[in-house]
Design a protein around this ligand. Structure first.
Ligand code: HGY
Ligand code: MN
Ligand code: MN
Length: 409
């Protein structure tokens, strides 16, 4: 009989085959060929477990183990299965695999839950293709409405609906689900930071998740010839962008309280070595544990950007995502800690500097998360790695919690 660790490793390796950048990390953009391959794998595993499989109008996947109570709300266990460009194998898939393993333990132990258990796999948590992020979860709870969803386009101008149809998904299916259909939400995720490894503790029970904002800034100047345009007659969008970006880290340092600010994406148009850049578009990712710090940095960033308007430079920005800091559900937090203690698994409380779908669901159902250590604290890179033994411990904790949550009080 295959051990839990071996089964987890097998699923992680299988999913990691579905990448657009083999030998250079995981690149699995939403509604891409790689999405479809991973989706088919996940649905296949759900069917093998005897789960009732469905996809919603956003392409989120659900595998339901029906409960004995009629029309009862589900206990959800899962995560997302999209990635950042050249990311790692565990960010997202570790939680989806945990959901599959929890369901597998229910089936192997012949558990007939009273409340249904639903394994889920969400799309576009990272926002790598359509911007912002947390798209699949925001669509489920209605934070992202139909109109805004339809208007989302990738960098090639392909809309969400077109991209869905290209891989055989149906955007006309229902997207939103009522809060009363959800009893609890459990998510295993890699920590993506150094704390658990430094403490040598295998499990972190998440108390709260930072608030975050994502801006997209567009700087427009004037294209021109690199050789014939005198330096005092240029409106160079890239130079302006560089001046702004260089000043952003200081805003976070001044703000303190663990605030962070990052420019991770930058696109230059027309991107010719001998052409003065006409347009430069870049991202600004702002986070902090307290809402007032997030708001303060958004304002300071916007003021800084505006100060560069003029002399042929025109600046605009779009706020692609804003979500306040979120606390996990206290009862679920306690349950996860109790399960860890009962299983004699060392754990600690931890706050998340990464954003997660759990922060979206936390306003609509009882949400909780467990973290496992990330090797060298690395994530969002090919070096991302977590120990299957830690993942197996987290699965056992989620299984214990899901057993209790799927039993009638
Ligand atoms: O950016 C984040 O925090 C998450 O990985 N989407
Ligand atoms: Mn993630
Ligand atoms: Mn991520």
């Amino acid at each position: 009989m295959e051990s839990l660790e071996k089964s987890i490793e097998k699923h992680i390796e299988a999913l990691n085959e579905f990448t657009a950048t083999p030998n250079n990390g995981t690149t699995r953009l939403t509604y891409s060929k790689e999405d479809l391959q991973a989706r088919n794998y996940i649905k296949e595993q759900m069917k093998e477990l005897g789960l009732e499989v469905r996809e919603d109008g956003l392409g989120n996947i659900f595998g339901k183990l029906e409960g004995s109570l009629p029309d009862a709300p589900s206990v959800l266990v899962g995560s997302h299965f999209d990635s950042v460009p050249n990311g790692g194998a565990y960010d997202g898939p570790a939680g989806v695999v945990a959901g599959l393993e929890v369901a597998s333990l229910f089936v192997k132990n012949g558990l007939k839950p009273q409340y249904p258990l639903e394994v889920f796999a969400l799309v576009e948590e990272e926002g790598s293709r359509f911007g912002g992020g947390l798209m699949g979860s925001r669509g489920i709870v209605g934070m992202l409405n139909e109109k805004d969803f339809k208007e989302l386009k990738d960098k090639d101008g392909i809309s969400t609906e077109e991209a869905m149809k290209q891989i055989g998904l149906d955007p006309t299916l229902p997207k939103q689900r009522k809060p009363e259909t959800m009893k609890a939400y459990l998510e295993l995720h890699i920590e993506q930071g150094p704390i658990l490894e430094e403490k040598n503790i295998p499990i972190g029970v998440v108390d709260a998740i930072v608030g975050l904002a994502q801006l997209e800034v567009t700087i427009e100047g004037q294209a021109g010839h690199a050789g014939t345009t005198p330096m005092d007659r240029r409106s160079d969008s890239l130079v302006t962008a560089a001046q702004i970006i260089a000043k952003l880290p200081e805003l976070a340092i001044q703000e303190g309280n663990g605030s962070v600010i990052t420019t991770g994406r930058l696109n230059v148009f027309p991107n010719g070595a001998n052409v003065i850049p006409q347009k430069t578009v870049f991202s600004v990712d702002i986070r902090s544990g307290k809402e007032e710090n997030v708001q303060s940095m958004i304002k300071k960033t916007k003021d800084l950007i505006h100060s560069y308007n003029g002399n042929g430079i025109r600046i605009s920005y779009e706020e692609q995502l804003y979500i306040q800091p979120k606390a996990m559900n206290p009862e679920v937090v306690s349950l996860l800690k109790e399960q860890s203690a009962e299983l004699d698994i060392p754990y600690c409380s931890i706050n998340s500097g990464a954003g997660h779908d759990a922060m979206v669901f936390s306003d609509y159902t009882a949400a909780g998360m467990v973290f496992v250590p990330s090797k060298n604290g690395l994530s969002h890179c090919p070096e991302e790695w977590s120990d299957a033994r830690d993942l197996a411990k987290a699965v056992q904790i989620l299984y214990g919690a899901a057993k209790i949550l799927t039993e009638a009080e």
